[in-house]
Design a protein around this ligand. Structure first.
Ligand code: TYM
Length: 341
């Protein structure tokens, strides 16, 4: 997608979220958070920890609380300044759940049945295919539409949910007149789909810890995972960008490009004649150095619980102000009597 040039007069709005259902990994960072931090100065930004979404899959309550705070610390450590960005916990702004209910009534069974994430997650959690998992995209639409954003920066796998959000917004606007801004997904050119280091044909995800690099991993763990990364069974042993033929190498090249800013051509030149044996540890080193300051800063922030509480309290207050305005408008449009107190 083309770089976004925000209008000089009014700041455009950006919003996104991550589920605290696992630890933040390199896919989340390169596909989402890295972009958020780069765009923070030019936009009015809302970023949240999607804890309501997390419980669509069983969570250990204590671990969920710990991961929600860790995610907030990582947001800040990745460069999201709480003064410039509204950072909040989804469940603190009850308008999300309320608008989700309304939007459930404007989202079709057939649309939800087609969602890839629902199909994947119900296959993985066949003993717990709950209604929340099915209706998840209506909650995501509510998360987004409450803040009237222009852009939703996400990785490739969330594009389908963003498109459904647009369809729901258009449907509602057609029925009741202009209510929601229809947002655009904003997907990075490189890093939108980071693949597993052990199975480069599947996306990097927390459910495959060997192929997944977590932001809080030690440098030793990160280096080990990259040294063991599966490359391709071709005899060429040459660093060349050919995703269909060489998905493992293409994935490592994308990661390297994303963390160093080098183009694929520059990378091919840099490793010309060197083979995978030199390339894999070099990618590992570049990732270690990118993540080192983030991990150290997150650990420092995480130790200061009072500061984190102040950030999420302030964030929830700012988010509530905006969310309430949209919800009030929606309730009026659908015919609810205004609450007198
Ligand atoms: P989640 O929590 O699965 O992932 C958070 C973000 O990380 C991106 N991502 C990846 N990007 C590149 N490569 C990967 N391997 C990779 N894995 C994950 C995701 O695309 C996402 O941007 N439904 C959302 C959370 C959500 C949300 C929202 C997002 C809830 N409400 C409103 C935007 C707006 C989700 O499950 O993302």
């Amino acid at each position: 997608m083309e770089p976004i040039t925000p209008a000089a007069e009014a700041k455009k709005v950006m919003l996104s979220g991550i589920q605290p259902s696992g630890n933040l990994h390199l896919g989340n960072y390169l596909g989402a958070v890295k972009n958020w931090a780069e765009l923070a100065d030019q936009f009015d930004c809302y970023y949240f920890m999607a804890d309501l979404h997390s419980i669509t899959v069983r969570q250990d309550p204590k671990a969920l609380r710990a991961r929600t705070l860790e995610l907030l610390a990582l947001y800040i450590a990745c460069g999201l300044d709480p003064e410039k960005n509204t950072l909040f916990i989804q469940s603190h702004v009850h308008e999300h759940a309320e608008l989700a209910w309304v939007l459930n009534c404007y989202t079709m069974f057939g649309e939800l049945s087609r969602m890839t994430q629902f199909k994947d997650k119900s296959a993985k959690n066949s003993d717990n295919i709950n209604a929340g998992l099915f209706a998840y995209p209506a909650l995501m639409a509510a998360d987004i539409l409450l803040y009237q954003p222009d852009f939703v920066p996400v990785g490739q796998d969330q594009k389908q949910h963003c498109e459904l959000t647009r369809d729901i917004a258009i449907r509602f606007n057609n029925l009741y007149g202009s209510t929601f801004k229809v947002p655009e997904p904003y997907i990075p050119k490189v890093g939108a789909r980071v693949m597993s280091l052990s199975t480069p044909t599947s996306k990097m995800s927390k459910s495959d810890p060997n192929g997944c690099v977590f932001l809080m991993d030690t440098p030793e763990d990160i280096s080990r995972k990259f040294k063991r990364a599966v490359t391709d069974s071709d005899t060429e042993n040459c660093v060349r960008y050919a995703p269909a033929e060489k998905p493992g190498v293409a994935n490592l090249m994308s990661i390297y490009s994303s963390v160093t800013g080098k183009t694929f051509e520059e990378i091919e030149k840099e490793f010309d004649g060197m083979g995978y044996g030199k390339f894999k540890p070099a990618v590992g080193d570049a990732v270690v150095e990118t993540l080192r300051p983030i991990r150290e800063e997150a650990q420092r922030i995480l130790a200061d619980k009072a500061y984190l509480q102040q950030v999420y309290t302030d964030g929830a207050q700012r988010a509530t102000y905006v969310a309430r305005k949209t919800l009030r408008k929606v309730y009026k449009k659908v015919g609810f009597i205004e609450k007198p107190f």
